[in-house]
Structures are given as structure tokens and as C-alpha cells.
Design a protein around this ligand. Structure first.
Ligand code: TMP
Ligand code: ASP
Length: 231
């Protein structure tokens, strides 16, 4: 039974009340749903890529909702209540950061930037700070501190993972959830929909910016990312 349907995924109930299924759809959206397309087999690629990233993070001791991959488009995950926060990390300038402050794309940052957005489509997922998040009851001060620490660890693990594949991790978005015991786990998906990935030598964009900015075949980029993971 479908519990929730989002823009790129569905969450399904299972017989076990502590486990959900994440089903990866072929839909691509950008600019808060203003630009839409169905890209055949994107869901299959994102499920495979997300699986490899979660497995790597788990191997490095990061607590995630991931349990196992169960089909071409589905992964089994631990049930969590998703916090209404989108956590963004930037290692290289791009995207909304460049637009907001007028800085050029592609500048390597001395330290990663940690950003929070309020996960709310109606308001366009606005950028907020930690005080806003606490005041709005999205998480406690302690939880945000924990999330920031985890996020910076995750960034180090993921940067190395992608660099070994000759890819630069430019920026990415994470979501966290709380399990039944109150533990905060990394949740949602991690894929070229949610990460900017550039070839280390050519800076070719292999992520969703191909769709957002009409830079070429989206699937070819995602297939390239997956093939480098399989080597
Ligand atoms: P941004 O530059 O548009 O703020 O995006 C930063 C990173 O977060 C980029 O890798 C794409 C990802 N992202 C999502 O996964 N979902 C979103 O809704 C947004 C706005 C960004
Ligand atoms: N995820 C989209 C983007 O990154 C925004 C949306 O979900 O519509 O542009």
C-alpha cells in the first residue's frame, strides 16, 4: 500500500510495521516541480546508485535507514519520521548559492558549507538557519548539532568514494529521520538527483543539472556514474 507519493519516489508499507519500501519512479522535476519529465529507467539507475552509496556509508559506520535492495526499483528501509529539514553541503560553488550571492560557479571552498532548508514545497523549501529550525520545532538544538556532525562525516566519506571514481562531489542534499527509539538516521535517497557530480578532469556534469539546464542526455550521465561505481 502506498503511504506517500513524492516527486521522484513512493513510500510503501510492508507487513513489518518497522520497515518501509522506497520505490524509485522515473519522474524528474526541477524548480519546485515547475519543470517535469518522465525519463524512462531513471528510477532503476537511482535505486542502484543510492544502494551503493548507502552500503558504502554503512560500511564506514554511518547510521542510515537502508536495510537492503529488494528489486530493480525498490529498497527496504527502516521506518523513520522524516525531519522537515533539507540539509545541503557545498564543497564547490554551484546552483542556488551562486544565484543568491552572485559568486561564480566552480570555486573550490576552503571549508564545506552546511545549509538548512525548511522542507515545505508550498514555500519553495526556503533557506533557514539553525535558530529558525529550533524555533519552528523542526529539531532540537542538540539534534541539529548531531546532524551537522554526521553530515560533515558523510561528506568526507562521500567525497572520497566519488574521488576514487574520478568524480568531484560539488554539493548534495540529505534528509534525516527519527526511528521508533528516537535515533536519528540518514534517510531519503542519495543519487545524481540529489548530488552534483562533475568529472574530475573535464568538469562534465553527470547529475540532474543536465535536466535542469538542458545540458544533454540525463540518463547517459547517470549511467556513467553507475558504471564507474561498478568498476
Ligand atoms: P541548490 O544549489 O539548488 O541549492 O542545490 C544544492 C544541492 O542539493 C544539489 O546537489 C541538488 C540538491 N537538491 C535536491 O536534492 N533537492 C532540492 O529540492 C534542491 C533544491 C536541491
Ligand atoms: N529537486 C528539484 C531540483 O533540484 C526541485 C523539485 O523537486 O522540484 O531542482
Amino acid at each position: 500500500m502506498v503511504l506517500y507519493e513524492g516527486k521522484a519516489k513512493k513510500i510503501l508499507r510492508t507487513d513489518n510495521e518497522n520497515e518501509f519500501i522506497v520505490y524509485y519512479k522515473d519522474d524528474a522535476t526541477a524548480f519546485n516541480g515547475e519543470k517535469k519529465a518522465e525519463i524512462s529507467s531513471k528510477g532503476i539507475l537511482n535505486n542502484k546508485i543510492s544502494t551503493k552509496i548507502f552500503e558504502n556509508l554503512e560500511r564506514q559506520g554511518i547510521k542510515t535507514h537502508y536495510i537492503k535492495n529488494i528489486s530493480e526499483r525498490e529498497m527496504l528501509v527502516k521506518k523513520v519520521d522524516i525531519l522537515l529539514l533539507e540539509v545541503i553541503v557545498r564543497n564547490i560553488t554551484a546552483g542556488s548559492f551562486c544565484k543568491r550571492v552572485g559568486i561564480e560557479e566552480g570555486i573550490v571552498l576552503d571549508e564545506p558549507i552546511f545549509e538548512l532548508c525548511y522542507k515545505n514545497d508550498e514555500y519553495g523549501d526556503p533557506l533557514i538557519n539553525e535558530d529558525h529550525a529550533v524555533a519552528m520545532g523542526l529539531a532540537t538544538r542538540k539534534e541539529i548539532e548531531y546532524i551537522k556532525n554526521e553530515t560533515l562525516k558523510i561528506n568526507e566519506v562521500m567525497k572520497k568514494f566519488f574521488l576514487d571514481m574520478n568524480l568531484k562531489l560539488v554539493d548534495f542534499k540529505l534528509e534525516f529521520g527519527k526511528d521508533k527509539d528516537g535515533n536519528i538516521l540518514l534517510a531519503d535517497e542519495i543519487s545524481p538527483d540529489t548530488c552534483r557530480l562533475w568529472d574530475k578532469d573535464t568538469n562534465e556534469k553527470l547529475d540532474k543539472d543536465r535536466f535542469r539546464r538542458d545540458l544533454g542526455d540525463l540518463l547517459a550521465g547517470y549511467e556513467e556514474v553507475l558504471s564507474r561505481m561498478s568498476n
